[in-house]
Every structure is written in structure tokens, then in C-alpha cells.
Design a protein around this ligand. Structure first.
Ligand SMILES: [Zn+2]
Ligand SMILES: [Zn+2]
Length: 403
């Protein structure tokens, strides 16, 4: 027992040593990716660069998936189970405001969601795993996935690929940077973790005319106002208080004038929740509500829904195990419990069909003024998170395969 324990500690220390040794190389990789960001479904150069990096590690079993993604196999020296580790690679249409020598050189495109860090961290993980093949009991699949930020999401395309389907059901692990969590910490949550997301497009049609003679018009602005307020019933009255739901409208266009009532009003927004059955019911109720309000006021309302990602569920047993392994790697004080998060993630697709765990990696550093939120032009990370993220993922992988 003592010998076994000592052996585990040796493996853990070996991972930490290798992560520390290789970290500078992968800070450079992250900076290269950061400097050369590509939008969703256009990650051609990123994909080629990641492939080069994998080949330089010595990894040859690399298959192209979803056009700009890669599925990689690292077989261990011992028979066992399989596990899949996923990183996303796309950037956002944001103009970077950081003044750093590795700032984006692709005008108007920026790695503002940390997917450069996810990719670099998984490459570091790959390099360590490749050097420690003797410790892998089973097989590790690495998925470098395109297009997380844009619907329908790269995950859904990957899942349509035969080579992915041939893997069958296996544990999926993914990590995401969290800027409001200090570097050196990591967070987990079992069960329902992130929200489903649907895009809502409403077109309210009335009859425009002179604002001084409303009796000759059917005012779509007034109809739209009633709709916006009434629709909140969906989350305040119709949803169970135990099921988190959000309905937000961020775009309302009534393109009339001071003295002109327009013919139509456009309303756009998002609905998010953590329950697939309620999600379906809510969208049906919304349609009934908006059409009947418009009809009752003499107008019409057309509802179009762009169905987005489902909600993300972290498998209880897998997540509790990973959390315990993370504690052994990082110490109890550095592993935190997370709240539910109403953002959406296409990793959710994997989580609907496989035991999955999506956890968050601290990248913030208040002293260094690294605290900007995700999707902002000043988002950045404390790069020492790469060593932690890459090494931790190796440890989680080896321990999960060994359990
Ligand atoms: Zn994002
Ligand atoms: Zn992201």
C-alpha cells in the first residue's frame, strides 16, 4: 500500500516537473495562436499549426474532423478504457485593445474567450502524455474542436463524423478559462452546470401612419411594448422557481420617427434554461403569448427560433472523482465549488450523450490587473495557468483511466 502510494506521488511529481519544463514552449504556442486568431469554421491556419505541433511531439495518429478540427489518438502501453479531452480553437469578432507584443494581427478578430489557452494547454497535456505513455492504462483521444462560438457549433459537426461515432460512449473532459477565478485555482460543479440557449426573433406587424392620428394606425410599437413586458411571465410565473430561466431582449428596432408610427417592430433576444422539457414547453408558450397579444391588439407577431445548444450536465460520479483528483494535484484550498452558469457551451452536446465534465480554470490575477471578462476587448490570462491547466489534465486523465 505504501509502495503504491509512493508510486502515485512519483507520477504526480513527474507530471508537475514536465509541465514546468515544457511550460515556456506552450506560452509561446498560446501567444502564436493569440496573435493569429481565426473566426469560427475558418480555423484553417490554426488547425494546420496544431497539427504541426502534434507532429513535432511525435504524435502521428491525427484525423481531420469537421473540416477544421482534429481528432488525435494517443494509445497507452497498457490495455484499458478510453477517455476524450477536448479543446476549442475559434476566436471572436472583437477588436483587441490589449497592448502586448502578441496582440491580434488579424484585424477585428480576437481570442477573447481563451480558446487559444485551451488549445495550448491541451497541446502541453499531449506532450506530457506522450512522454508518459507507459503510465497510460488505455487510450487517450484529444479533440481540437472548431467553432464553439457560432451555431450550430463545431461539436454537433464532430458528432456527425463516423470516426467520432466509432469511439462509442466514453468520458469527455473539457476545461474553460475563468477570469474571475484567481490563477492557481480550479472549479467544479456536478449535475446541471450551463444553460441551453435559443435565439428568438420576433417581427411585430401593424399599420404605420401619422403619429398625430393613431386611430388610423395599428401601432406596432405599443404591441411590441406589451409583448416585451408580458413575455417576462414566462420566467416569473410559468417557469418553476426551481428551474433557472432567462429571457432577455437585447435588440428592439422600431424605425419610425417622432411623428411617424412605423409598420413593424423587430425584437431579438435569447432564452436560456437548464431543463430540456421546460425549454420545449417555454418556447411553445412564448409563441402562443406573443401571437395572441398581437392579434388582440389588431396586429400580427411572427416568431422564429434559432435552436442553440442544449444545457450542459456534468456527470456526478465523474465530476466528484475529478474534483478529488484535482485536490490531490492542487491542494484542497485551490479547488472550489462553482455556481450554475447561464452561459451556453457546445460541449453540452457531448454531455447529453456521454459521461462528461466541464470544469473551469482560474486565469485571473488582480495584482497584474488581469481581470477583464470573457468576450471583452481587454480579456487576457495569467499565462502561468497554462502549466497548471496542462499538467492537471494529464493527472485527471491518468487517474480516471486507472479508476
Ligand atoms: Zn465564448
Ligand atoms: Zn469559450
Amino acid at each position: 500500500m505504501l509502495k503504491r502510494h509512493k508510486c502515485k506521488m512519483e507520477i504526480l511529481q513527474k507530471i508537475k516537473n514536465l509541465a514546468n519544463k515544457f511550460a515556456p514552449e506552450f506560452v509561446a504556442v498560446r501567444r502564436h495562436l493569440h496573435q493569429n486568431p481565426e473566426l469560427s469554421f475558418q480555423e484553417y491556419k490554426t488547425c494546420a499549426y496544431v497539427k504541426e505541433q502534434l507532429e513535432s511531439i511525435g504524435i502521428t495518429d491525427i484525423v481531420s474532423v469537421a473540416k477544421t478540427g482534429l481528432l488525435v489518438t494517443i494509445p497507452g502501453n497498457r490495455e484499458g478504457k478510453s477517455i476524450l479531452l477536448r479543446a476549442d480553437m475559434d476566436a471572436l469578432p472583437i477588436h483587441e485593445k490589449n497592448v502586448v507584443n502578441y496582440a491580434s494581427e488579424n484585424e477585428g478578430v480576437m481570442h477573447a474567450c481563451g480558446h487559444d489557452a485551451h488549445t495550448a494547454s491541451l497541446l502541453l497535456c499531449a506532450k506530457i502524455l506522450y512522454q508518459m505513455k507507459g503510465e497510460i492504462k488505455g487510450t487517450v483521444q484529444l479533440l481540437f474542436q472548431p467553432a464553439e462560438e457560432v451555431m450550430p457549433g463545431g461539436a454537433s459537426l464532430v458528432m456527425n463524423e463516423k470516426v467520432y461515432q466509432s469511439l462509442g460512449s466514453l468520458p469527455h473532459i473539457g476545461q474553460h478559462v475563468k477570469p474571475d477565478l484567481p490563477v492557481g485555482k480550479v472549479g467544479f460543479r456536478s449535475g446541471k452546470f450551463m444553460a441551453s440557449m435559443d435565439e428568438i426573433f420576433l417581427k411585430v406587424t401593424g399599420k404605420g401612419g401619422h403619429a398625430a392620428m393613431p386611430e388610423n394606425t395599428i401601432d406596432p410599437v405599443l404591441i411590441a411594448s406589451h409583448i416585451i413586458i408580458a413575455a417576462q411571465q414566462l420566467v416569473s410565473r410559468m417557469a418553476s422557481p426551481k428551474t433557472p430561466s432567462v429571457l432577455s431582449f437585447g435588440k428592439v428596432i422600431a424605425d419610425g420617427a417622432i411623428n411617424i408610427i412605423p409598420d413593424e417592430v423587430i425584437i431579438e433576444g435569447t432564452f436560456r434554461t437548464l431543463d430540456e422539457a421546460w425549454r420545449k414547453t417555454a418556447l411553445m408558450k412564448l409563441e402562443k403569448l406573443v401571437t395572441s397579444i398581437a392579434e388582440g391588439m389588431g396586429g400580427e407577431c411572427e416568431l422564429k427560433i434559432n435552436h442553440g445548444y442544449p444545457h450542459l450536465i456534468n456527470d456526478d460520479a465523474l465530476t466528484e472523482n475529478l474534483k478529488a483528483f484535482a485536490i490531490s494535484y492542487m491542494g484542497t484550498e485551490n479547488v472550489v465549488d462553482l455556481d450554475q452558469w447561464m452561459a451556453a457551451e457546445d460541449f453540452a452536446y457531448y454531455s447529453q450523450q456521454n459521461p462528461a465534465c466541464f470544469y473551469l480554470l482560474g486565469v485571473g490575477n488582480e495584482k497584474e490587473e488581469i481581470s477583464s471578462g470573457l468576450h471583452t476587448p481587454t480579456f487576457n490570462i495569467d499565462e502561468s495557468a497554462l502549466e497548471i491547466g496542462g499538467g492537471l489534465m494529464v493527472w485527471l486523465t491518468l487517474k480516471t483511466l486507472d479508476t
